[in-house]
Design a protein around this ligand. Structure first.
Ligand SMILES: Cc1cc2nc3c(=O)[nH]c(=O)nc-3n(C[C@H](O)[C@H](O)[C@H](O)COP(=O)(O)O)c2cc1C
Length: 170
């Protein structure tokens, strides 16, 4: 069972990247097979139909589509902006949905978020679940959210809970 971890923030001190690394630590400990995709590797430009017509789907997005297709599960760890989804993740989904083969169809996707706010990004994940439903992905029922996120609260997230979270779709 191979898990592809994708982060939705390219900010250097990103809380979501930190949560992603916490999830990876749990995956390592429980010997889940996984692959880590750096958010910088996403390099998802704003979708533009003229660019697609002129140059096709950008290489980075083609590579992402391949990685998604190859994974048994994808874990998206995404910030919430104005109660909705990270533009990086949204554009990555839009571009990869333009690659032949419908890479998201039937894909098991697990959603996580970290936020300094009290709701932990859960509203953004609900929107993300709707979007993923429209590209025919299967989204896991359990979200992993870290409210009031900082190094300590991310480190303090319950390991059993995170293990259960990662086991969804097994
Ligand atoms: C434009 C903007 C809108 C935001 N809206 C929300 C929000 O609706 N809910 C929330 O919990 N945090 C919100 N935040 C705060 C982000 O959660 C915070 O900046 C977070 O650290 C971003 O994720 P990152 O640390 O992974 O880069 C917002 C931040 C920005 C810049």
């Amino acid at each position: 069972m191979s898990i592809l971890f994708i982060g939705g923030s390219r900010r250097k001190e990103s809380l979501n990247t930190k949560l992603k690394h916490r999830l990876v630590q749990v995956a390592e400990k429980h010997t889940f097979d996984f692959e880590l995709l750096d958010a910088d590797a996403l390099d998802a430009p704003i979708y533009h139909g003229d660019h697609e017509q002129a140059e096709g789907v950008p290489k980075a997005m083609q590579q992402l589509a391949k990685a998604v297709a190859a994974a048994d599960k994808v874990v998206l760890v995404s910030p919430e902006y104005n109660a909705s989804v990270s533009p990086l993740i949204k554009n990555a989904i839009d571009w990869t949905s333009r690659v032949d083969g419908q890479v998201w169809k039937g894909k098991k996707v697990l959603l996580a978020a970290a936020s300094p706010g009290g709701l932990g990004g859960i509203r953004g994940l609900s929107h993300l679940r709707d979007i993923l439903g429209n590209v025919q992905a299967w989204t896991a029922p359990l979200f992993a959210c870290c409210p009031n996120a900082n190094d300590e609260t991310i480190a303090a997230m319950d390991e059993d809970f995170l293990t259960n979270f990662l086991s969804q779709g097994d």
